[in-house]
Ligand binder design. Sequence first.
Ligand code: SF4
Length: 245
Amino acid sequence: MSNENVMNVSEIFSSIQGEGPNIGRFSTFIRLYGCNLSCSWCDSKHAINGKEFKVMSIEEIASEVYSQGLHSVVITGGEPTIYPNLIDLLIELVKNENIENIEIETNGYNICGLAEQIVEHNLWPFVSFDFNISPKEQTEQYYHNENNILELLSDPELQDVGHFNLKFVIEEKNIGANMDNVLSFLDEIMIDHVSNIYLMAEGFTQEDTVKNTKKLIQYVQEKELTDFLIAPRLHTLLWGNERKK
Ligand code: SF4
């Protein structure tokens, strides 16, 4: 098994999608291990720390996904686009006619490069792709990711590949500063190419999520920023920080 053919997999499981345009849809989740960032409020720390993962070939991953029998696949992490062979996994997954939709949840690390590869391999006519991009404000990596996302959303050649959704996680203690950064980020991009723009309050527990989401809604109303969609973080509301949910 060559290294090019394997990925570090934190977990594969089926559940409902808890956020974004496919909220409520039964999906099989592939959680890849590792991330280029280290956000303090990360709710997937088991996928970035502790080296708890299984090394699997692309074919083994696809086979486990097929065995779950669902039409929708969510590739998440960690950060999926740190894997140069992510495109090989997509090529393998679209071979199965049962799969209709693939969502990629990313902080934007190499999303532009991935979209270019999807075009190059002509994958997008076979399944619908949703790119759920959540830019993070972190050290120098933020600027790298930001430029990558801006490049993606400014390239008309890439706009047919799928739906681009932006999600900004808003910290409870920094709502005003976070929102200022969101607004200046959105000033830079071709917003016509974005299908949905979500704000999601941070929260590890049901209680915190409810409290922080209410506070965020109040801020958005007071500032008359009501064109944003508030993402509820449904999986946390239902299961808190339980794994494989
Ligand atoms: S980018 Fe996402 S997966 Fe990576 S540390 Fe931040 S919240 Fe966690």
